[in-house]
Design a protein around this ligand. Structure first.
Ligand SMILES: O=CN(O)C[C@@H](CC1CCCC1)C(=O)N1NCCC[C@H]1C(=O)Nc1ccccn1
Ligand code: NI
Length: 200
């Protein structure tokens, strides 16, 4: 997973291929590896040990595989009792992962409905495949209804709002060759339509 490709690689601008079931061995392994990357990257010690940037999502095109598959691991917001106590920080990170807000490998995802209400991360967005900062609000739907298949081919229909909804839209964009900064207003990056909810 340390082979995350960067902006400029044409794979990031391709519309990824639908995944067929049953998953090939290769695709099963990829799903495991992508989720493992997120788990390890969210553990401060392991992330430091392996030099990983913590991530809450990873799409297959980011590891140069142009298929409709993305791992999503949105931890629950657990704060350490004492942020200066290393063990507390580790414990909180583990707890945050143990009962995630949303955790799954989403395959052939489709947003079947979304709110008119817009939402955007108040800090803007980044991307493990985009090294330079791209300041500005990334307006997205605040709430989505998402249909996808899991690695076993089971259909899921989930309603997500706020942060997990933003994360899944960021990942689904990757499957369509879209990067977060495509959505930033060029003239006024921090202009947001008046009823945009600022998240986080
Ligand atoms: O396509 C997928 N990507 O590009 C990884 C991105 C996905 C998120 C960016 C905005 C919405 C989804 C990612 O996770 N990041 N973006 C760059 C560096 C920071 C990192 C991040 O937000 N980390 C994080 C946040 C909370 C808790 C733990 N870690
Ligand atoms: Ni990204």
């Amino acid at each position: 997973m340390d082979n995350i490709i960067r902006d400029g690689n044409p794979t990031l601008r391709k519309y990824a291929d639908k995944v067929t079931f049953p998953l090939s061995q290769e695709h099963q392994q990829l799903a495991k590896d992508m989720m493992k990357y997120l788990e390890v990257s969210q553990n401060p010690d392991l992330a430091e040990k392996y030099g990983l940037r913590a991530g809450v999502g990873l799409a297959a095109p980011q590891v140069d595989v142009s298929i409709q598959m993305a791992a999503v691991l949105v931890p629950s917001p657990v704060e350490p009792d004492d942020p200066d106590n290393h063990d507390d920080v580790l414990k909180a990170a583990q707890e945050a992962q143990d009962n995630p807000v949303f955790k799954d490998v989403i395959i052939n995802p489709v947003i079947v409905s979304q709110s008119v209400q817009l939402g955007a991360l108040s800090e803007g967005e980044g991307c493990l495949s985009v090294d330079e900062d791209k300041p500005g609000y990334v307006p997205r739907a605040d709430r989505i209804t998402l249909r996808y298949q899991d690695v076993d081919g089971n259909d899921h229909k989930v309603r997500l709002k706020n942060y997990p909804a933003i994360v899944c839209q960021h990942e689904i964009d990757h499957l369509h060759g879209v990067l977060f900064y495509d959505h930033i207003n060029k003239e006024q990056p921090f202009a947001a339509e008046e009823n945009t909810l600022l998240i986080g």
